[in-house]
Design a binder for this molecule. Structure first.
Ligand code: MG
Ligand code: ZN
Length: 217
């Protein structure tokens, strides 16, 4: 019985996600679902991406959090439209929450929508939102064993950003082994070592993003 209920929930989510996707496509809008554990650098990546695409692409942001609007306030200072979703305890965004938030996003005025999911490596992987790409941020301090522990997330990501590489000299993290493990479970994945603190690798990430959007530089 329980399995059927879970399947029904995911089927309903899928239908709403398809509706979100149609809304994106009819507005020529590219949507990216940013996922990671708490503290891996989703908000920092959004800030770096806004900087990297300033004057090139018009961006809107949706901030998903269990509670508070701290991250949304940081983003709003950059002068881009931002909408906060508080899940009220929920550990992931779903297509229905996103659909409601989209009512407050100026879809016609933006070309790229960055959706910051709730910090969690488990269920955000299961709930598609209608996004065009799934991007996973995995940071050096979390350790290089995460693909083994959360395989679905790594399997589904279109890109994995290895963040905080400025900390590599201080921590025991095998970047090559980490990348090989991910590539073994995901044929399509692109991997970018980055540091949101120093800006290293951000140019490559931004360039990949533009190519995905059909706007190569
Ligand atoms: Mg954040
Ligand atoms: Zn969840």
């Amino acid at each position: 019985m329980e399995i059927k209920i879970v399947k029904d929930i995911l089927d309903a989510n899928e239908q709403l996600a398809q509706r979100n996707r149609k809304l994106f496509d009819s507005n020529n809008l590219f949507a990216v679902n940013l996922m990671s554990s708490p503290g891996a650098g989703k908000t920092s990546l959004i800030l770096q991406t806004l900087k990297g695409l300033k004057g090139k692409i018009k961006i809107g942001v949706i901030e998903g959090d269990v509670s508070s609007s701290l991250d949304a306030e940081v983003i709003a200072k950059e002068g881009v439209p931002v909408v906060q979703i508080n899940t009220g305890g929920g550990c992931h965004l779903d297509a229905n929450m996103l659909s409601t938030a989209l009512d407050n996003v100026p879809l016609k005025d933006i070309q790229l929508l960055l959706i910051e999911n709730v910090g969690n490596l488990i269920c955000p992987a299961e709930f598609t939102l209608g996004e065009h790409r799934k991007v996973l941020i995995s940071s050096i301090p979390e350790g290089d064993d995460k693909p083994f522990k959360y395989p679905l997330m790594f399997h589904k990501a279109d890109a994995v950003l290895i963040n905080k590489i400025d900390l590599l000299p201080y921590l025991n993290f095998d970047t090559q082994a980490f990348s090989r493990t991910i590539e073994g479970m995901n044929q399509k994945v692109e991997i970018f070592p980055i540091s949101c603190a120093t800006g290293q690798g951000i140019e490559e990430w931004v360039s990949w993003l533009l190519t995905q959007m059909g706007h190569p530089i």
